[in-house]
Design a protein around this ligand. Sequence first.
Ligand code: AMP
Length: 522
Amino acid sequence: MHVPLTVSDFLDRAALVYPERTAVVDEPGVPGSFGTITYGELAERAAGMAVALDQLHVPVGGRVGIVSPNAARFLTSYFGVSGFGRVLVPINFRLNAAEIGFIVEHSGTEVLLVDPEYDKELAGVSARVRIVLDGVDDAELFAPAAGRVPRGWDPDEDATCSINYTSGTTARPKGVELTHRNCALNAMALGWHTGVTDRDVLLHTLPMFHCNGWGMPYAVTGMGGRHVVLRKVDGEEILRRIEDEQVTLMCGAPAVVAAVLAAAESRVSEGRPVPMAARNGQSPTRAVRIVVAGAPPPSSVIERVEAELGWEFIQIYGLTETSPLLTVNRAPLEWDGLPSNERSRLLARAGTPAIGVRMAVDGDGEILARSNHVFRGYWRQPEESERVFADGWFRTGDGGRFDGAFVVISDRKKDVIISGGENISSIEVEDALYGHPAVLEAAVIGVPDERWGETVKALVVLRPGATVGEADLVEFCRSQLAHFKCPTSIELRDSLPRTATGKLQKFKLRQPYWQDRDSQVN
Ligand code: AMP
């Protein structure tokens, strides 16, 4: 028997088994917050959303874009849009209006959902239908189905579930087309490797737009776990929610870990307790699990998470293109008695291939992967897709090696900077700088940063006779690009090293900032 894998399976099961259970505790005090809803209600609202999209004449395969921080409405859209055969386009709300406009246009988004906080800034970004998520404009969209039946969709596991735009090696973001099969198998493997059960309470510290929250929202839903929405990452707020909501699980980039450690430090200095474990029902207390990816976390940070917080640290590695799970590093039985510094050192590696994932390293040291989690291709960019698929393997653009069965990421082959877990295209920032009349040449590189892992640095050669201040150039970039992409420092140079063919030698430019480090990524 062959039954198509779709993301609707996750909510269908929760609604069948746990209709009365709390599904979501939405962020309180924001316009249109759902408050606390059960799985029965979540399923009703997802079906209601499908009915509303029927009424708006959005066909199967039609794209629905969403620009929103984490919210119960976003979680509902994973199911109300994708679960009924339409394609969700989750968009990074930190991008500026022009960047979001490009994604809306490129994806062919028919219905655009906009959080009220971004409504004014995005006034010029429109689609056939534009709905503000303020609890009024979207009241119809999220009303329970209440007996109304959505138009049917013949489930197809190879249909596109979402298009997740990611910055990469091109000046414009690329649309990663994830299928239902990709998303469903990723969620199952992720849930299994991180031990998700019906007792889990997931705090949404990872943006829901980022690769559909790595698939964790599907996994937690499938088990009937509880979602606690967090709109904005703040260390102390995370600790407070852990106490108030008995949180057991969260995901994030190393910057989230840094925020939590700083907040815990403040609490300790004030003599206040730091929540370590949650008790759910009658089960014994379990340590909070934090799943980290986006950059290699330093082993000293891992040691602090385990020693100072008493939490379990789990590292995963992957890309939006791989749904994202490729490897997982969760301490096995054999490491139980090891001294904490040794355990942390072992946990600092990206991990071993997840179930169903095959990995290899090619002659240039590039990590290759083969799995059902690997995406279909870039939306409407077949030439870019061709570039990343070779002989049945997906090229990650990351450099690394094997340490036994463990993958270690040590370098980046692609010209991408990752700051606070979000990708930034160097070329895009360079393009912006070239728009300034005083700039003759520009090279943008990632340099190590204590807080964000990496931060953007621009090396600039000015036109003869031109003068411009560093702050002015940064300001110029801020007027063109999302602020998180802008250089945090600029150095003026007389020239930039190039190869005989005129290619910039970025590795040479990066070298002085990365020397004395084992790894060339942070
Ligand atoms: P994204 O598609 O935005 O999720 O970014 C994927 C990229 O993040 C990968 O290609 C890596 O460069 C980086 N990355 C993700 N997880 C890890 C990790 N555990 N260690 C090192 N780099 C990582």
